[in-house]
Write a protein of this length. Structure first.
Length: 583
């Protein structure tokens, strides 16, 4: 190899590095910038094959990476946001959506002296995009504008890398070993193997197609070699999804297996068809040098052909996946939060909120069971309360840790506000479940010691339990449904419960003086009142977060003071609850 060839090789490697770096930067920025759109697209998913397919096409066209889409799909299935059947259709769509990248890159192969044609060439407008990108990235404070700038800069870098790489490749035709390698790749099996290995190494079929297009631009690859390499690229891109499926639930593993089966089956079937054409029909076009546009056409045609072949058979692929990854008899005790969703904050926040809503249901049910145990101690209900308390403890730790990780990345102001709200709410929900356990301790003490309340005390306690039940339902509705009307009713009821507690303490003191109540019963009475009153405090905090979330200000205590001091609605509702529970 001559000295000139050595420098050309180094230039080619530098161009390749710029190309891969630019594609990675652009893809990550696109993913961040399109987070809301991804959520919107996924929310419209149905079990229909075409709906799922076009969703996959759309998401992948936005983020420019079928590997990233498939990894997200594995994460969605693992988190319960998507069923396996939906995932199959999305994965097939992702394979077609990824061909958009090749069409964009093929603009680099446009030739002609016409001014319009020259302007269409990426190297004509890329410097302008780079200038706009650096201005947005450097001088704008908005995360969205910075992400837009990063997208433009990433695109500019990858196009410069592509241009450098394709210009420096021409020296390879002088090397006999490279010429022999290109001839060998005409063998369909070797071509598939080469495409699979290259794509598995760089973990991006879009990037490997781009490299193939760079060789085509330099006139270094024929159509006969390109076809099997493109087929192999589809198999190589599966490595990313397979790696991402480690540590996931069985449905997520099935999604990764379906991705692999889809690409292998499609490649095997169409490779056999191609081999028949290659060996039995002497097509002159297969010996011609491929163009960048030709590579784009082949890439799209092959992926569309795979979808046409296998989309009608998606239910069969699902059954095979269940056979290959069977169910086990020991399901997960609790649901998990998949860290793959951290790359798409809107979906990660939505998943955290879903678990927080589950926490709310468990905490409310546990507290209600705890109050029921005050009338009649029930071992089965106590068991359920303890399980709910363990679950809420686990979810509080899980969600808070996950949200802290999520908040370290870039996200919209709305997602950031929701994270702040959830971090506050889950702490209050966990404490409500703790109070449920405390109530069972009080109920058990009364049972074991043979204690009982007087008729008057029981009537007062029933009144407080009814008020607590109502505030729990209002709070659950306010949080789960983001119901501002229910949230507005919580604080006046909480104030009435505070007064109820004080009145009941006074009543107990009078009964104690009259000898109608024992000191030992009085201690249990005080514990119960404290737990129910503090439960209402936590309900007030949660409702305040819901209200503040709408105002984009999480200063709960300040808001509650303002509501009590200036809200006519608060005074009106306070009077309603006062008549209902205090009179």
């Amino acid at each position: 190899m001559t000295q000139e060839n050595i420098f050309s090789l180094l230039t080619m490697v530098g161009g390749l590095c710029l190309f891969l770096f630019g594609m990675n930067v652009m893809g990550n920025a696109l993913e961040r910038r399109a987070g809301g759109k991804l959520q919107s697209l996924l929310s419209k998913l149905t079990t229909g094959k075409l709906a799922g397919f076009f969703t996959g096409v759309g998401v992948t066209a936005i983020i420019q990476s079928s590997s990233a889409t498939t990894v997200m799909v594995v994460g969605f299935v693992n988190s319960g946001l998507m069923t396996l059947r939906q995932a199959i259709n999305v994965i097939m769509g992702a394979n077609v959506g990824t061909t958009v990248t090749a069409w964009i890159l093929s603009l680099g192969g446009i030739s002609g002296d016409n001014i319009v044609i020259q302007l269409l060439k990426p190297m004509s407008f890329t410097p302008v995009l780079a200038l706009i990108g650096i201005v947005l990235y450097t001088f704008c404070k908005s995360d969205k504008k910075k992400d837009t700038g990063t997208i433009l800069l990433g695109f500019a870098v990858l196009m410069f890398g592509m241009d450098i790489m394709s210009d420096s490749i021409s020296f390879l035709k002088e090397i006999e070993g490279f010429r022999n390698l290109m001839i060998a790749f005409k063998n369909p099996l070797l071509g598939v193997l080469a495409g699979a290995v290259l794509t598995a190494i760089i973990q991006s079929s879009s990037a490997s197609v781009g490299i193939l297009q760079a060789f085509a631009k330099a006139g270094q690859v024929t159509y006969g070699a390109s076809v099997p390499i493109i087929m192999g690229q589809n198999i190589g891109t599966c490595i990313t999804a397979l790696l991402s499926s480690f540590g996931t639930n069985r449905n997520a593993k099935r999604a990764a297996v379906v991705h692999l089966m889809f690409n292998i089956i499609g490649t095997v079937v169409w490779l056999m068809v191609y081999s028949v054409i290659y060996y039995f029909f002497d097509l002159a076009i297969l010996s011609e040098n491929a163009t960048m546009l030709g590579i784009s056409v082949l890439h799209s045609a092959f992926n569309i052909a795979c979808v046409v072949l296998l989309l009608p058979l998606s239910s069969i692929l699902e059954k095979i996946a269940y056979k290959l990854v069977p169910d086990v008899k020991t399901p997960e005790k609790y649901e998990v939060l998949d860290e793959r969703l951290l790359a798409t904050p809107p979906l990660a926040v939505a998943r955290c909120r879903a678990l927080a809503e589950e926490m709310a249901s468990d905490a409310v049910l546990a507290l209600k069971y705890g109050m029921e145990c005050l009338n009649q101690y029930d071992e089965e209900k106590v068991k359920l309360i303890n399980e709910a308390e363990d679950k809420t403890d686990h979810y509080e730790d899980l969600i808070s840790t996950y949200l802290v990780k999520l908040s370290a990345g870039q996200m919209s102001d709305g997602d950031s506000m929701e994270i702040g709200k959830l971090l506050k709410v889950i702490g209050d929900l966990e404490r409500i479940s703790d109070h449920a356990v405390n109530l069972t301790d009080s109920a058990k003490e009364m049972r074991d010691k043979g204690l009982s309340f007087s008729a008057e005390a029981k009537k007062e306690m029933e009144n407080l339990v009814n008020a607590t039940n109502e505030i729990l339902e209002l709070t659950k509705k306010a949080f789960s449904e983001n119901d501002l009307s229910a949230a507005a009713n919580v604080e006046p009821l909480e104030q009435v419960i505070d007064r109820l507690k004080e009145n009941m303490r006074t009543s107990h003191t009078l009964r104690l003086r009259r000898g109608e109540c024992s000191m030992e019963t009085g201690f249990v009475w005080a514990d119960i009142l404290t737990n129910l009153e503090r439960t209402s405090d936590h309900c007030s905090n949660i409702a305040g977060c819901v209200i503040d979330g709408e105002k984009h200000n999480l200063n709960v205590h300040s808001s509650l003071r303002e509501i009590k001091a200036y809200s006519s609605y608060f005074k009106q509702q306070y009077e309603v609850y006062e008549k209902k529970y205090l009179v």
